[in-house]
Design a binder for this molecule. Structure first.
Ligand SMILES: Cc1cc2nc3c(=O)[nH]c(=O)nc-3n(C[C@H](O)[C@H](O)[C@H](O)COP(=O)(O)O)c2cc1C
Length: 177
């Protein structure tokens, strides 16, 4: 598949086929793509917490907004994304520049996009969810305090076709100097 085909295939799915599961092998293949993402000074602070166990899965749904929980219910796995704070871009406890831990979010976003696109290449659908209770999720999965909880990504297979929301035109987002 070309990059354009993969990017075209990735779309946010909000109804997953509960009968179809993704193998651990395929889930690992998808998340493995994250390791190739660039990061500040190659600091690689993005982290992934993968939940496939249905008991933990059900508990984790409670850390999402009711709408997100309903949408993610049929997914095969939930992937909590975090980054390790205060490691990269900090010297003697002081940030290298004004973005500080903002770069951790930046790097994690790039890393997460590799996961989403690799999933699409493998025929696996996804939904990034930012409307969640980070502290509830930290407690449920026992995520260490030095990690900042970002999103929860549902991974599974769509039930039916999904329309992509409209995008801005290139010239709305690009200035050439
Ligand atoms: C950081 C982030 C947080 C998001 N949070 C949610 C969410 O909580 N619930 C949801 O249904 N979609 C969420 N989305 C999905 C966006 O609504 C979606 O990506 C956008 O509308 C574009 O549609 P597309 O992904 O189908 O191309 C989120 C996306 C991102 C990148």
């Amino acid at each position: 598949m070309t990059f354009d085909e993969i990017a075209e295939k990735r779309v946010s799915v909000r109804k997953f086929d509960a009968e179809r599961k993704i193998s651990i092998y395929n889930l690992r293949t998808v998340i493995d793509a994250a390791r190739l993402a660039p990061s500040w000074k190659n600091s690689q602070t993005a982290r992934y917490h993968l939940v496939t166990d249905r008991t933990v899965f059900s508990r984790l749904l409670k850390g999402l907004s009711p709408r997100n929980a309903e949408n993610a219910e049929g997914a095969s796995a939930l992937l909590v994304t975090t980054f390790v704070k205060d490691v990269a871009r900090f010297r003697d406890g002081h940030p290298d520049n004004e973005l500080g831990n903002g770069w951790g979010i930046y790097d994690a976003g790039i890393s997460n996009s590799y996961v989403l696109l690799k999933a699409a290449e493998c025929g696996i659908d996804s939904l990034v969810m930012g409307i969640r209770d980070a502290e509830a999720i930290r407690l449920i999965l026992n995520i260490p305090d030095d990690e900042v909880v970002l999103s929860v990504i549902a991974l599974g297979y769509r039930v039916s076709s999904v329309a992509r929301p409209r995008r801005k035109e290139l010239d709305d987002i690009l200035k050439i100097y």
